[in-house]
Ligand binder design. Sequence first.
Ligand code: ADP
Length: 331
Amino acid sequence: MANSKKRVLSGIRATGRLHLGNYLGMVKGMIGLQESKEYEPFFMVADLHAMTTPYDPESLRRNVREVVLDYLAAGLNPEKASVFVQSLVREHVELAYLFSTVVSIARLSHLPTYKEKVKQYPENNTLALLYYPVLMASDILLYKTQALPVGDDQLPHLEIAREIAKKMNEKYGTDFPEPQQMKTEGHYVPSLTGEGKMSKSVEGSYINLTDSLEEIKRKLAKVPTDSGTQRGSIPEIGGVRSLYVFYKLYFPDDFEELFEKPYKSGRIRYDTIKNSLAERIYNELVPIQEKRRVLEAKPEHVDKVLIDGAEKARKIAQLTLEEVKEKMGLK
Ligand code: ADP
């Protein structure tokens, strides 16, 4: 019987270990899908995307492995889902090239995500960076993904993927879906610095899935706060807002009682808040860390998972690519 499950692809750049933003914004959602009978998830380790910001080859190799271990430790079940390395399924690059014929340079260069990265790395304003959303559209559409759990940071890129799908369908009669965001509870995990989102590429912004309780406490201790004695509503931006968002995520039933009320009456104790938060976060990470230690000792198992994953992904990717090449006059 043909596999009638809906395919969902999501990826993480191989730029370091996974953090809570990746986990709550994407991975947890994907793990949830793998348990349903309706979906077949593909977890991609985006090594090509990692090359769009400054990197060194040795760290890239190491980071690919780190991401795979984190995915598996977080609960990816290779019986039900696949994990593969982007560059090993060459169809991603080939389809991206074909897609690049229907996107304008102006559209890509006006993207806020592109502008931010150029600001962050002015020496690295490369063609690959500009091309990132086109490759991402290819990643998603090769598997005809209709909806995927991704964080809000990826919304401008999803829009590009939808525009590409629409143009390809209109111009060449393909049947690409216009992919939408499946919103997870942690669709926007803020930075610990109080500015912007938690990100691997912003030092001091993140908590890794591998952090110890002491590390988490140390990182949370640095979140900037106020005196805690002023009354009024919780600020819209800054460290206190970040803590509040974390509190809501980790204390969904008690955040009003434990955070909102004390804040509004000028009696909040940030040391207590930070300690309880660190413990909750760590408790969720303990089983992930235990599983990771077991996997670290079984490199041949991880290799096998990657080989099988690439094989499964390649089969689907080849079919889509052949179809598109034919419709675009290359066959
Ligand atoms: P990073 O910016 O840390 O390098 P990636 O670009 O590799 O993260 O993103 C991988 C996935 O994790 C994407 O689905 C992205 O939307 C999600 N993600 C990353 N950061 C966050 C965040 N702070 N909040 C919610 N989701 C996030």
